[in-house]
Design a binder for this molecule. Structure first.
Ligand SMILES: Nc1ncnc2c1ncn2[C@@H]1O[C@H](COP(=O)(O)OP(=O)(O)OP(=O)(O)O)[C@@H](O)[C@H]1O
Ligand SMILES: [Mg+2]
Length: 526
């Protein structure tokens, strides 16, 4: 049955029942929206012809109606033939209540003074009761709103923390500034003192600090999943043993007993570098949590189609409020960012989780405050047989013959990279040529016919890929090493395909000098 009583161009009268519930509220919404579509109504008139008082449900429905109407920009007026109920409207905040012209004639009743007085006293006690009820309700609402607000603020903070570029940039900038400060300091110290001992020490530290930068950038790239995964058969037992060996001293110093229960999991396909980064971070985190000693247990086993590595410690445990955040980048309780005395940037677990996700696995945590923490890495066991021919081809293996006296062209717009490659390779007996953009590179290739070309990808005046196309047009058997930092998703796909070609190699910046020499030997030794 429609509740719409009357509709003219501006006013909509709704007849209100004695009891109002949520269904009624839905009906009101529907009627009003429909009417609103047809006419340009400004006011809603609520016609209470029989109601003398309202239940708390009715009251709250009335309140909802008021809020709904307001939300769609409508003014509310109530039509009421029963004087007793007027106060109710006032209490729920309807200001314009009485509109005489809309009083339903048939509902007007003549009453005696006694009846009116009785009504008034009933109304008064009803008002009091209502006032109390409304106040309690309001107090409850304020409390729950406060809670909601607190939750929302917390959510927003978490959201901000994991998403805001500003946060991320601040974290990176902070770390980089520390590292650059160190590098500059040591370099200046070496310039000043110039003794062999100081220069050696400075260089050692500069290499160490630069590796930390590489760690951070590669961490960020893993985090944003932009870094290509190098999948190859790995011996995970050996890898974990390697990590434990590497951390042995640190664990001993903290009086940590290590229990390794490593099942003999056969080789499977994964990125060894990335996985060892995950295990290393878990072990170091565990050791940080057991400053005063404890037990570190690493279990490795296969379960169905998965390999599981469970790392548990008997350390401090993680506070409940921190558990959700530990996988967010730059969440840390260590270092300058986290106000702790251990070193940490808060990238470890966020990067670890994305590394495991890249492997289509999961990284989960369980922790009891004061008792300890367990991290479980679970990754699919990808059999070595699944490695396809193409992937095998990508892992090009040279003859191991060390080549000398080759003519090598380096095309890169970064002078510092050119001179680094040039100095390293001329030291190995090669002849070097340099070009600072794609156009020069192609010209130099045509005029000198080098044995090998190093090609940067992002360069002014012809990028590396276009230069490559012109070079192989000139000589289809040209040997090319692409040198690239982060080429971007599209270029990565292109590169991936090109690197499948026999004479094309990839050297990722930043690279170690050994890698540089190795790629030359592999390319020229074939
Ligand atoms: N085993 C653990 N026991 C107690 N707290 C832990 C443990 N592992 C991680 N945490 C908490 O999680 C936080 C985040 O760890 P994560 O590895 O991401 O960063 P980090 O160790 O602080 O710094 P980074 O790994 O970048 O050097 C740590 O700061 C620490 O508060
Ligand atoms: Mg860590």
């Amino acid at each position: 049955m429609s509740i719409l009583k009357e509709l003219d161009s501006e006013n909509l009268i709704l007849s209100m029942p004695e009891e109002m519930d949520d269904d009624f509220f839905s009906k009101v919404k529907l009627e009003v929206l429909n009417a609103h579509k047809v006419n340009n109504i400004h006011r809603i008139l609520l016609n209470f012809s029989t109601v003398r008082s309202l239940s708390s449900v009715g009251l709250s429905v009335l309140f909802s109606i008021k809020i709904f109407l307001k939300s769609i920009g409508l003014e509310v007026a109530a039509v009421n033939v029963n004087e007793g109920i007027m106060g109710v409207f006032k209490a729920v905040g309807f200001d314009q209540i009485f509109e005489k012209e809309y009083v339903a004639q048939d509902s007007v009743v003549e009453r005696s003074y006694e009846e009116k007085a009785k009504d008034l006293s009933e109304e008064l006690s009803y008002q009091r009761e209502l006032y109390n009820r409304v106040t309690t309700e309001l107090e409850k609402k304020i409390e729950s709103t406060k809670d909601e607000l607190k939750n929302a603020t917390e959510q927003l903070r978490l959201y901000d923390k994991s998403n805001s570029i500003g946060e991320l940039a601040a974290g990176v900038a902070h770390e980089f500034n520390n590292i650059i400060g160190g590098i500059m300091g040591y370099a200046q110290l070496a310039q000043m003192k110039k003794t062999d001992e100081i220069i050696d020490k400075a260089l050692d530290n500069i290499v160490k600090l630069s590796k930390r930068v590489e760690g951070i950038t590669s961490g960020l790239l893993n985090f944003s999943r932009k870094k290509p995964v190098k999948v190859a058969p790995i011996n995970i037992v050996k890898m974990i043993e390697g990590v434990l060996e590497f951390t042995q001293k640190q664990l001993e110093n903290c009086d940590i007993k290590v229990i390794a229960e490593l099942d003999d999991v056969e080789e499977f396909l994964a990125d060894e570098n990335l996985l060892s980064q995950v295990i290393l971070n878990l072990v170091i985190n565990a050791s940080h949590a057991m400053e005063n000693g404890g037990e570190l247990k690493i279990k490795l086993f296969r379960e169905g189609g998965f390999v599981l590595c469970v790392v548990s410690d008997t350390g401090t445990g993680i506070q409940k409020k921190h558990l959700e955040k530990i996988f967010q980048p730059f969440f840390t309780t260590k270092g300058a960012l986290g106000g702790g005395n251990k070193a940490g940037t808060g990238l470890g677990l966020s990067v670890s989780r994305s590394i495991i996700e890249i492997h289509r696995g999961t990284l989960e945590v369980e922790s009891t405050l004061g008792k300890g923490t367990t991290f479980t890495v679970k990754i699919p066991f990808k059999s070595v047989k699944e490695e396809d021919e193409e992937a095998r081809k990508k892992r090009k293996v040279g003859t191991g013959r060390i080549s000398k006296n080759a003519k090598i062209l380096i095309v890169d717009d970064e002078e510092i990279i050119r001179s680094l490659i040039s100095a390293t390779l001329s030291d190995k007996g090669h002849d070097l040529l340099e070009g600072s953009n794609g156009e020069d590179g192609v010209k130099l290739f045509k005029s000198h016919k080098p044995d090998l070309v190093f090609l940067d990808i992002l360069m002014p005046r012809k990028n590396g890929l276009d230069a490559y196309l012109e070079i192989i047009e000139e000589d289809p058997s040209a040997k090319i090493v692409f040198i690239t930092g982060q080429a971007g998703e599209y270029l990565e796909v292109v590169l991936d395909n090109i690197v499948n070609n026999d004479n094309v190699y990839l050297l990722r910046k930043p690279f170690e000098l050994d890698e540089l020499v190795n790629v030359v030997n592999v390319a020229l030794g074939k």
